[in-house]
Design a protein around this ligand. Structure first.
Ligand code: KMH
Ligand code: ZN
Length: 271
């Protein structure tokens, strides 16, 4: 089975002070994505920032970023509806109206580092239904064991698209599951049959957990959203070295890398 590599060039928290190579403006993000595509990524997970570098769900910035990416490469765009902790849920949810091929769906509220990540049940159900209507494939973000059960309830209620369900097992957010091999294995065992999944390992154990996930049959995500460092004490000069390392890891395990068309077929994306 081929491995889907997602690039996550910018997240909701880190700043250029943390890593000067973090892209924040549409052209910087499009450039990072195009380089990752050349290195083997077939999905781009996108957070947006305003001109002050703050997380935003501004649809104009989102559209411009999507257009700039599309001008550079045919990578599949997955907009984050997580956006940033300070952005209201309704603004975050409105991003799916731009009809990206995919978007994230965060099923539960939680503590998130020093902040609070608000995902109220009624609003999550509404967003799931709207994504299904628009044909925007959800990537279900699982930060804790109960989040998986919440997603399975959404499926039971008919609010998720047909198989395969696509999950991110997010490990290492303070407020969610710790980044340990035991937590990864527990969650992989609990996934419903036929699920497609990747690990999002935040921070220090990013490389190790990505390697374990690949060996267990998962997909992989790489980029500055998840770790600012290539190794202890060495900032990564952009997402490209992280993507290249992930692709090399998969190849070392004799796993082929899925191209854009294969990824679209694997995930049964709406054309
Ligand atoms: N930022 C990660 C912890 C999202 O953007 O909706 C999880 C994530 C989810 O990427
Ligand atoms: Zn994200």
């Amino acid at each position: 089975m081929s491995v889907v590599v997602t690039v996550a060039p910018t997240g909701p928290i880190a700043s250029k002070q943390d890593n000067p190579h973090l892209p924040t403006q549409p052209d910087e993000i499009a450039d990072a994505v195009a380089r990752a595509y050349e290195a083997g990524a077939s999905v781009a997970h996108i957070h947006l920032r305003d001109t002050e570098h703050r997380p935003t769900a501004d649809p104009d910035i989102a559209r411009r970023t999507m257009d700039l990416i599309a001008e550079r490469c045919p990578i599949l765009i997955q907009l984050s509806t997580g956006v940033g902790l300070s952005v209201p849920f309704d603004e975050r949810a409105a991003l799916v109206e731009l009809r990206p091929r995919m978007a994230t769906l965060n099923p539960c509220s939680m503590s998130f580092g020093a902040g609070e990540f608000r995902n109220p049940p009624a609003e999550v159900r509404h967003l799931a239904a709207r994504m299904a209507e628009l044909g925007v494939k959800p990537e279900l973000e699982i930060y804790d064991t109960g989040h998986l059960d919440a997603c399975l309830r959404l499926r039971y209620e008919g609010l998720l698209p047909d198989e395969p369900l696509q999950f991110s097992l997010v490990l290492g957010v303070a407020g969610g599951m710790a980044a340990t091999p035991e937590n990864l294995l527990t969650m992989v065992r609990r996934l419903p049959p036929g699920a497609v999944w990747q690990v999002i390992a935040i921070g220090r154990r990013n490389l190790e957990l990505t390697a374990i996930a690949l060996a267990l049959g998962g997909n992989a995500r790489a980029g500055l959203e998840d770790t600012l460092y290539l190794r202890k004490g060495e900032l990564s000069p952009g997402s490209l070295p992280l993507v290249e390392r992930t692709v090399a890891l998969a190849r070392a395990l004799d796993l082929p890398i899925a191209g854009v068309e294969e990824t679209s077929d694997l995930l049964r994306l709406t054309p």
